[in-house]
Write a protein that binds this ligand. Structure first.
Ligand SMILES: [Co+2]
Length: 299
């Protein structure tokens, strides 16, 4: 049967975008500017963002997409994670890079990259997800770092970023096995050895910036129905960020509408995840597929 060709296209564009990011993102750009330009560049090259571009500075680890009022600038001593994705017809390539100008964090970045490479070489000979986690964890420990235990890689399916199987960043017994034709992302998150080593919902209670539609039905409220149809047409079940729809629905009004859809269990919000001790976290990620006995890195 094989893997749909759109995955290959998405992977190629994601790979090209990595080169673009490494060339174009630099201090002291704002998070908003970085995310917006990446999404515009993906569109300009004929793709669509698979999810809102995540910009995670230091302890901010995942699920943060800058909004219009975010004036945060990246600094030379920051550890900046850029998590982005491309989709064609819902077939997703998910990838991430971390940048930092600080010499203090070069070993963290390099080790995270090496953990991803170690994971990839394990998949080739032993596609048990627990063994992949073990290799990631061992690579981290060799250099005195630790992994984020409650964030995982994941299988991908059409219009679904997190499909059935998780690929942990720690050893876990009795984990599912990756199979032929599975498309999946491996994403080690590493932090300092002295850190807590897990993420929590943003303790500052900042706004939720990433959502997805989980049920499409009529509410009987015209404004909500219009928003649901708008999300469905633009995203189906793929994640979105309020920034994308602010013009259409109003920057002030939209969060209220989304809160109402969340209350009705039609929309799900993904809170920003922060390392529990607020230690800096690095992340590298590739999307790949198992084709028979060979592993193809898509991104
Ligand atoms: Co991912």
């Amino acid at each position: 049967m094989g893997v749909p060709e759109q995955y290959v296209r998405a992977g190629k564009l994601a790979r090209e975008m990595r080169a673009w990011i490494l060339e174009n993102v630099s201090v002291p750009q704002t998070c908003l500017e970085i995310a917006t330009r990446i999404e515009e560049e993906i569109a300009r090259r004929g793709g669509q963002p698979a999810f809102p571009t995540g910009i995670g500075i230091n302890g901010v680890t995942a699920h943060y997409a800058p909004q219009e009022d975010d004036q945060t600038r990246i600094g030379g001593s920051d550890v900046v994670k850029i998590d982005y994705g491309v989709h064609f017809d819902g077939y997703i390539a998910d990838t991430a890079v971390t940048i930092s100008d600080s010499p203090d964090y070069q070993l963290l970045l390099e080790t995270t990259k090496r953990a991803l490479e170690a994971a990839i070489s394990v998949v080739k000979r032993d596609p048990r997800t627990g063994e992949i986690g073990k290799a990631i964890e061992a690579t981290a420990k060799q250099e005195g770092f630790r992994t984020i235990s409650n964030l995982s890689g994941h299988t991908l399916e059409q219009y679904t970023v997190h499909a059935g199987k998780s690929i942990p960043n720690v050893y876990a017994p009795n984990q599912p096995v990756l199979r032929r034709d599975d498309v999946f992302a491996i994403e080690p998150f590493l932090t300092m050895g002295s850190a807590a080593g897990y993420v929590v919902d943003d303790p500052k209670g900042g706004p939720v910036t990433i959502f997805s539609l989980i049920m499409r039905k009529r509410t009987g409220v015209a404004e909500l129905d219009r928003l649901v149809e708008h999300i469905w047409n633009a995203r189906k079940s793929l994640p979105f960020t309020p920034r994308w729809f602010a013009k259409e629905f109003g920057r002030e009004r939209l969060p209220k509408l989304l809160a109402e859809l969340e209350r009705r269990k039609m929309v799900r919000g993904y809170p920003t995840l922060v390392e529990a001790s607020n230690a800096p976290v690095a992340q590298f990620e590739h999307t790949m597929k198992l084709e028979g006995n060979s592993l193809v890195i898509l991104t």
